[in-house]
Ligand binder design. Structure first.
Ligand code: F6R
Length: 369
């Protein structure tokens, strides 16, 4: 049932092109308009939404963090991302015009469920982005948008994460369509680009041999840092989480812009640092800023392992290793850049002889607060 893979996690990493394709499937009409009939929320309510709050835990919260960049850009609605267990204890500002989006693979995470209950009590509309049909969170929410990742067996979330980002993006595009923030052809072309992502994810998987080699060499590593910026920032956090939970290695993710505000003090000769580099074709100047960060840490002896877009030659002089991913629009890049980080954690933990499907002290769904 592991389909020839050494672990469920490895299999699920390889299922990701399908997971994303299935999450996109059947959500447009013949004219190419997004139809999310399953939402069953009055369109007038969705038009009146003036704030979105994403509540989730762990990897699902990082999916929300990625989606914040896209939804704010497309819909011009402020989006907050809040760890579900922090949300209800801080007297959050939530009312009838707030859309609270709960993201959960299992649909059973108690902290996330309690956040949904609290939001409803405050009069907010609640929408669940969930993978497991018939679970509690969608039952207690006003609406549900299912991810179609299929059952996720390994404790560490991989294909559910990509599907969560995809579903949250569909929600963002749907709101933009409904509220007239974007022209129909802009939405159609973004959907077209999303539909091209499964093949690109497959391409990243096909190139992952070198990531595996490096991971095996690094099996004795004590600490790994991850840097990213813009949508690459939550991906850096996710890369660090995967390594902690699977390989029991100290790992930390940072926003690359924070480096000089403290974390650069951690850099000493030989320190491995993964850097998620924004596209040089992006509209902002972030690419050159992150390349400067790589230069700075390399000058202090860091071992730089860089994830960059195909054709990005600027990173090469400062990178000990480059993993290239296919070109795509900036906001969609997380669906590609996270994959080498997942493969790295899975392979390194396997090389250490650990059970990647059942890491110590962790459960697949956390049904206690
Ligand atoms: C990390 C991981 C956890 C879950 C978190 C939320 O790999 O699996 O961080 O993402 O416990 O779980 P769900 O999505 O089921 O609410």
């Amino acid at each position: 049932e592991k389909g020839g893979f050494g672990s469920f996690m490895d299999k699920e990493i390889h299922d990701q092109p399908h997971a994303v394709a299935d999450t996109l499937l059947g959500r447009t009409d013949a004219a190419g308009h997004l139809v999310l009939d399953e939402l069953r929320i009055d369109e007038a309510v969705l038009r009146a939404v003036d704030k979105i709050v994403v509540v989730a835990c762990g990897t699902a919260a990082y999916a929300g963090h990625v989606a914040k960049y896209a939804i704010e850009h497309w819909c011009r609605i402020p989006v907050e991302v809040e760890l579900a267990h922090e949300f209800r204890y801080r007297d959050p500002v939530v009312d009838e015009r707030t859309l609270v989006v709960a993201i959960s693979q299992s649909g059973e995470t108690m902290d996330t469920l309690m956040a949904v209950r609290h939001a409803r009590e405050q009069g907010a509309t609640t929408l669940a982005i969930v993978n497991t049909h018939g679970s509690t969170i969608p039952r207690e929410s006003d609406a549900v948008l299912y991810t179609h990742a299929g059952p996720e067996i390994a404790v560490a979330s991989t294909k559910a994460f990509l599907s969560q980002i995809t579903a949250a993006y569909l929600l963002g595009l749907f709101l933009a369509q409904l509220r007239g923030n974007k022209f129909p052809d802009e939405i159609a072309s973004t959907l077209e680009e999303l539909r091209a992502m499964p093949d690109k994810i497959q391409e990243v998987l096909d190139r992952s041999g070198r990531v595996r080699e490096i991971a095996r060499w690094m099996a004795d590593t004590q600490s790994v840092l991850f840097l990213g910026r813009h949508v690459g920032y939550p991906i850096a956090l996710e890369g660090a989480l995967k390594l902690k939970e699977l390989a029991y290695i100290h790992a930390e993710g940072f926003a690359a812009g924070e480096l000089k505000h403290g974390p650069i003090a951690l850099i000493e000769p030989g320190q491995p640092v993964f850097v998620v580099v924004p596209s040089p074709r992006g509209r902002h100047s972030l690419h050159s800023k992150v390349v400067s960060n790589i230069q700075e840490i390399r000058a202090r002896g860091a071992r730089t392992i860089v994830i960059a877009e195909d054709g990005d030659e600027a990173v090469r002089p400062y990178a000990d290793e480059v993993f290239s991913v296919p070109q795509c629009p900036t906001l969609l890049a997380p669906l590609l850049t996270v994959v080498p980080l997942q493969v790295f954690a899975c392979e390194l933990a396997t090389a250490k002889g650990l059970d990647v499907d059942q890491p110590r002290n962790l459960a697949k769904s956390v049904t206690v607060e």
